[in-house]
Design a protein around this ligand. Structure first.
Ligand SMILES: [Zn+2]
Length: 243
């Protein structure tokens, strides 16, 4: 039995049998994996609160015939500031759920891992503006998984876009389409929202809190990405607000 050691984020945990947890973890090298932590729900468990959602932990595990068996954990951080803010923790939980929905077990996505860790660290550093950070997370996550929404050029013909007040957005084509390529697109994007989305893509997560995004842009941006995610991944990655 070869023991493996990995740094990982806790995406999900469910109660199993009398005293166990089944936990879904996401590590840089391991990708997403699911393990069983025997006795983790006992009061005197050696795991303590190690499996609180979003925690960054070091985990020691070995491969079972089905699930991996987790034998040890050490807490690296539980993002204490993040946990103190309802908005920040909910944003973090939605990000974790999105990752969990998008990745298959065993799927390795180093870029997405780094993005998620940076997002939690940014939420922990400044809990203000957690919604904008979340919006930016989905945008970048799609990009990391090979589907970066295109806002700077026409996603059909590649031509640069002339400035106008409204643009057409086509999830299937991959983003904005120019006037010549537009057919019957039903989603429109204002010039302001287009600029915001481009800025979110190019600004590192650690600096996102400096950007100003209006409530209306937030709402429309999330709606746009919800449709984009639904088309490319065939699932609800971006939840409706208030969920
Ligand atoms: Zn075009």
């Amino acid at each position: 039995m070869a023991l493996e050691r990995a740094e990982a984020l806790v995406l999900r945990k469910i109660d199993y049998r009398d005293s166990d947890y089944i936990v879904t973890l996401f590590g840089r090298e391991t990708g997403k994996f699911v393990g069983i932590a025997k006795g983790a729900r006992k009061l005197d468990s050696k795991f303590g609160g190690g499996f609180d959602l979003l925690n960054l932990i070091e985990v020691v595990f070995y491969q079972g015939s089905g699930l991996d068996f987790i034998s040890e954990t050490e807490l690296i951080t539980n993002w204490e500031e993040l946990r103190g803010s309802g908005e920040a923790i909910n944003a973090g939980l939605r990000c974790a759920r999105a990752i969990n929905k998008l990745l298959e077990e065993g799927q390795k996505e180093e870029g997405a891992y780094v993005l998620t860790k940076k997002t939690f660290a940014s939420l922990d550093r400044s809990t203000a503006g957690s919604g904008v950070l979340e919006l930016s997370f989905y945008l970048k996550l799609f990009g990391e998984l090979g589907y970066r929404p295109q806002f700077s050029r026409c996603s059909k013909c590649g031509s640069s876009l002339r400035e106008r007040s409204q643009f057409h957005f086509n999830p299937e084509a991959g983003g904005i389409v120019c006037e010549e390529c537009a057919q019957d697109e039903t989603i429109s994007v204002s010039s302001g929202l287009r600029k915001v989305m481009m800025r979110l893509i190019s600004t590192p997560q650690g600096q996102i809190s400096r950007l100003r995004v209006t409530e209306e842009q937030m709402k429309r941006g999330l709606s746009l990405l919800r449709k984009f995610g639904r088309f490319h991944f065939d699932r609800e990655v971006v939840p409706r607000r208030g969920m």
